[in-house]
Design a protein around this ligand. Sequence first.
Ligand SMILES: Cc1cc2nc3c(=O)[nH]c(=O)nc-3n(C[C@H](O)[C@H](O)[C@H](O)COP(=O)(O)OP(=O)(O)OC[C@H]3O[C@@H](n4cnc5c(N)ncnc54)[C@H](O)[C@@H]3O)c2cc1C
Length: 304
Amino acid sequence: MPETRGKLTEHRVLSDLTWLRVGGPADWLFQPADVEDLAAFLRDLPPEVPVFPMGVGSNLIVRDGGLRAVVIRMGRGFNYIEIEGDRVRAGAAALDAHVARKAAAAGLDLTFLRTIPGAIGGAVRMNAGCYGIYTADHFVEATAVTRAGEVVTLTAGDLNFRYRQTDLPEGWVIVEAVFAPPRGEAGALEARMAEQLARRDATQPSRERTAGSTFRNPAGFSSTGRADDVHDLKAWKVIDDAGMRGARIGGAQMSEKHSNFLINTGGATAQDLEALGEEVRKRVFQNSGIELHWEIMRVGEPAP
Ligand SMILES: Cc1cc2nc3c(=O)[nH]c(=O)nc-3n(C[C@H](O)[C@H](O)[C@H](O)COP(=O)(O)OP(=O)(O)OC[C@H]3O[C@@H](n4cnc5c(N)ncnc54)[C@H](O)[C@@H]3O)c2cc1C
């Protein structure tokens, strides 16, 4: 491994770094000191070694066998939030909720980030969104370190934002993003965020170990096949219709409160969670012919 001013740990179990509290060891966990440290490390790391950037693990199932890669996790040195006139500049490790609150206090509306539990790097990579607003909507640019260790600026065009997806090349690490949000009155923005939090708590298992929505909402043509006959189904509804609300495998359960949330009730393995998700996909397909697609990312290897 290259020399670094950051922290490098071999065989680091990842379960405590993910919201679902599952995941085997990474070959290496690297916590860079700053951008220069990260760039030098990636430049000197042999190109065949896989690199996996990780935020706060709120959209991940890391499998029980872990990741044959260097996992990069940013902490201090990457969690700043700066208000620059009408713009917000945030380090990749800044939590979405903190960015939303600091922006609101300055009269800038990034309220959609308030209830998303990830960090800014993950928000850009996933084009995180809520209440019809996406990261792409107020995005100006991001700074990333390429797998070869170059520091580059990425525009929205480079990232090609789509639903929960971008074209960020594998092994590239986002270190900072700049947003240009609309203006709003600080008090009104605070009130909106409080209302959004309350709405979340009322409808989602926000105090459980989850990774957000398990599957995308299926959209497509209804059985008539007519171009104007498009259904707009909710994943929770087709899961309910297939009788899978509350279903369990081992310590994994589809939430009773919101059936598109997969929960670690305590002691679940990644295998339990993934197997339950696959069982739900199978039952939904048998019941309605609809194919659900995972929204949670599943990475790494199964237990040997
Ligand atoms: C209770 C709950 C509610 C949720 N609600 C929402 C919601 O309303 N809307 C929504 O969009 N999502 C939601 N999510 C999912 C999740 O919070 C988002 O996808 C979030 O953006 C992921 O950020 P993260 O930092 O946790 O990334 P991680 O889960 O750690 O990683 C996700 C992906 O991003 C990549 N990544 C992370 N950081 C970087 C980086 N710095 N550079 C390059 N790639 C990186 C990882 O490699 C991985 O591919 C929810 C999750 C939970 C647990």
